[in-house]
Design a protein around this ligand. Structure first.
Ligand SMILES: [Zn+2]
Length: 248
């Protein structure tokens, strides 16, 4: 999970938020509760938050990644508009830009109608998850000493951030990064063996190219970038390579 910034609400939402909210709240009043609104009517009343302009702006602000698990669903799979404070409990927030996050279907389903007001979880559009969460091998865990361990733990449970799907994704990254680090190690020896300054410089440039590939995995537009950022800190080769490159 990484922090991301949301731009201002799209025009269509600013223009229609009050009208759409009133229609939904009128239906809640008419039927006695949100849950009692007939499904077809509810679907129609809620359809507005799926407006193309809202989706496009929301999905782009986190590089089309899920706000919670950081997966990047492909164009054909599902990324959805998620209500941080659930619309079933807080229908007045159904069209509140501040309450909308991009989420994959798995996280959206896991979170379901969990009440984030009474049982808070991390909102990555408002706080930096990397100050509250870290990793232990394939597992995401609360960062001890953050003072918000309970919230971090709650986030992991509510969004089901330690599941097979995410273990598999992290395991694949662990394998890739381990292979890259082995390559770095080989390059260290190769640089040591250089018998001229010229050769040494050329070999350090090759090392620098390898580091660029690894660094590209840490960019926030990449899936699971928070995990990759943590992962490289567990390999001394990464810092060693940076040192060698800086000494050029
Ligand atoms: Zn997700």
């Amino acid at each position: 999970m990484t922090k991301f910034e949301k731009p201002d609400a799209p025009q269509v939402l600013s223009d229609n938020q009050a009208i759409w909210t009133k229609a939904l709240l009128d239906a809640v009043a008419l039927y006695g509760s949100y849950k009692k609104i007939p499904e077809a009517e509810k679907k129609s009343l809620l359809s507005h938050y799926k407006h193309k302009d809202i989706q496009e702006l929301l999905f782009a602000c986190n590089h089309h990644k899920c706000a919670f698990c950081e997966c990047k669903p492909g164009e054909t799979s599902n990324i959805e508009v998620e209500h941080f404070e659930p619309k079933s409990i807080y229908p007045d927030l159904a069209f509140e830009w501040d309450n909308l996050l991009p989420s994959c279907r798995k996280c959206n389903e896991a979170k379901s109608d969990h009440d984030t007001r009474t049982s808070p979880i991390i909102n990555p559009a408002k706080e930096d998850p990397e100050m509250l969460l870290t990793y232990d091998s394939l597992r995401i865990v609360p960062l001890q000493g953050s003072g918000q361990e309970k919230k971090a733990d709650n986030t992991i449970t509510v969004c089901n951030l330690n599941c097979n799907r995410l273990y598999n994704a992290r395991a694949e990254l662990l394998i890739s990064v381990t292979e890259y680090m082995d390559e770095l190690k080989n390059k260290f020896e190769w640089i040591e063996e250089a018998d001229t300054q010229q050769k040494r410089r050329v070999r350090i440039t090759k090392l620098s190219n390898s580091i660029e590939i690894i660094d590209s995995m840490l960019r926030t537009d990449q899936p699971f970038s928070a995990y990759c950022k943590w992962l490289v800190t567990t390999f001394p080769e990464y810092q060693e390579a940076k040192k060698i490159i800086a000494s050029r």
